[in-house]
Design a protein. Structure first.
Length: 334
C-alpha cells in the first residue's frame, strides 16, 4: 500500500516541479533557472527572498504553489518515514534480494503450500541439499520459516504470477501440497501450461481426484491416507524393515537415502563397467538396481561387469553427500 502511495506522491511532486517553473516563466517571463529556483525555495519554505519582484498574478500563483506543493511534500515525507519505520522498506529490499536469488536458480524445485505435508518435503530437500522455493499464501505459516535459508513467496500458488515468480520456467520439479484437491488440480494444470517439461507431483485427499490430477498433467499423485495405511500394515507384518527405514530417514548423524543417478552420453561412466567406475568399492554406497531406458523394469543387484550405457539410471543407497560427490564427476564431461 505504501509503495502505491509513494509512487503517487512522486508523480504529484514531479507535476509540481514542472508546473512551477512553467508558471513563473509564463507569468513573470523569467528564465528557466530563476523559475526553477523560485519553485524550489517556495515549496521547501526556506524563507529566501524572491528572485525578482512578483506581479499580482505571480503572487496568486505562488500562493497556490505553496498550498499545493508544500502539502504534497510534507505528506510525502511523512509517508516515507512511516514506510521505513514500519519495516516495509527492508521487506521490499529483502523481497528484491530473494527474487534475484530465485532468478539465478536452475533445475530447482517449487513447493506449493507450507502445511503439515510440505513440512516433511521441505525438511527432506534441505537435508539432501536441493535448491527449492516455497509458495504459501498464509503469512502465519510463513513466519515458521523466517529464519530458514530457502526463498518463500507469500501468495496464491494457483496464480500464474506466483509460479512465474518462483522461477517455474527454470524449475525441474513442482510439488502441490495444498489443502484441497481443487486447488491442487488448478496448480497442476497451470504449472504444466507454463512449463510442459516440469515434473509435477500432487497431493490428493480424495481417491477419485487421482485420475483428474493425472489428466491435468500430474506425473505422480500421492494420497497421504493411502501411504499411511500401507505404513501401518508394514508395522504389523515387517517391523524390522520399517525400523531400518526409520533409522535411515531420521538419523541425525548421517543422511542416508535411496537416490538415483542418470548416466548421460558425455558422462565419464558411460560405456564402462560398474567395476571400472569404482562404485562397488565405495563402502558408503551400494548399487541396488539399474533401470534401462529401453525397458520399464529394473535389473536388481547388478554384477560388477555390467556395462553402463547412456540413459541408464542407477538406483543407489548411501550417504547423500557421497552420492552428490559421485554425480559431479559423472556429469563433468557433459
Amino acid at each position: 500500500m505504501h509503495i502505491k502511495k509513494l509512487a503517487a506522491i512522486s508523480t504529484a511532486l514531479m507535476i509540481v516541479f514542472m508546473t512551477g517553473p512553467i508558471g513563473y516563466m509564463y507569468i513573470e517571463r523569467w528564465s528557466l533557472l530563476d523559475a526553477l529556483y523560485m519553485t524550489v525555495i517556495t515549496i521547501a519554505s526556506v524563507g529566501f527572498m524572491e528572485v525578482h519582484p512578483l506581479s499580482p498574478g505571480g503572487r496568486i500563483f505562488t500562493m497556490f504553489l505553496i498550498l499545493g506543493g508544500t502539502g504534497i511534500l510534507v505528506y510525502g515525507v511523512s509517508t516515507l518515514i512511516a514506510y521505513i519505520v514500519e519495516g516495509e522498506l527492508s521487506d521490499a529490499l529483502r523481497r528484491r534480494k530473494m527474487q534475484k536469488k530465485i532468478d539465478a536458480m536452475r533445475g530447482h524445485f517449487i513447493i506449493c503450500g507450507a502445511g503439515q505435508t510440505a513440512q516433511y518435503i521441505i525438511e527432506e530437500l534441505t537435508k539432501t541439499g536441493r535448491d527449492f522455493v516455497v509458495i504459501e499464501k498464509d503469512t502465519e505459516k510463513k513466519k515458521l520459516y523466517e529464519n530458514s535459508h530457502f526463498p518463500i513467496i507469500v501468495g496464491d500458488a494457483t496464480h500464474n504470477s506466483m509460479l512465474k515468480a518462483a522461477g517455474i520456467g527454470n524449475a525441474s520439479g513442482l510439488v502441490s501440497a495444498l489443502s484441497s484437491d481443487a486447488e491442487n488440480l488448478l496448480v497442476v494444470f497451470t504449472a504444466k501450461r507454463l512449463n510442459s517439461s516440469i515434473r509435477v507431483i500432487s497431493k490428493a485427499v480424495e481417491e477419485e481426484s487421482e485420475q483428474k490430477l493425472r489428466m491435468a498433467g500430474a506425473d505422480s499423485v500421492v494420497m497421504p491416507n493411502f501411504i499411511g495405511g500401507l505404513r501401518m500394515a508394514s508395522e504389523l507384518i515387517r517391523p524390522s524393515v520399517v525400523n531400518f527405514l526409520d533409522v535411515m530417514l531420521r538419523s541425525r548423524d548421517r543422511t542416508i537415502r535411496v537416490e538415483e543417478m542418470e548416466i548421460s552420453g558425455g558422462s565419464g561412466f558411460c560405456e564402462k563397467t560398474l567395476q571400472e567406475t569404482g562404485i562397488p568399492e565405495m563402502r558408503s554406497l551400494t548399487v541396488v538396481a539399474i533401470k534401462r531406458p529401453a525397458t520399464d523394469g529394473y535389473e536388481f543387484n547388478p554384477p560388477a561387469d555390467t556395462v553402463l550405457a547412456a540413459g541408464d539410471i542407477l538406483i543407489l543407497i548411501g550417504e547423500t553427500s557421497e552420492i552428490n560427490r559421485l554425480k559431479r564427476p559423472a556429469d563433468a564431461l557433459q
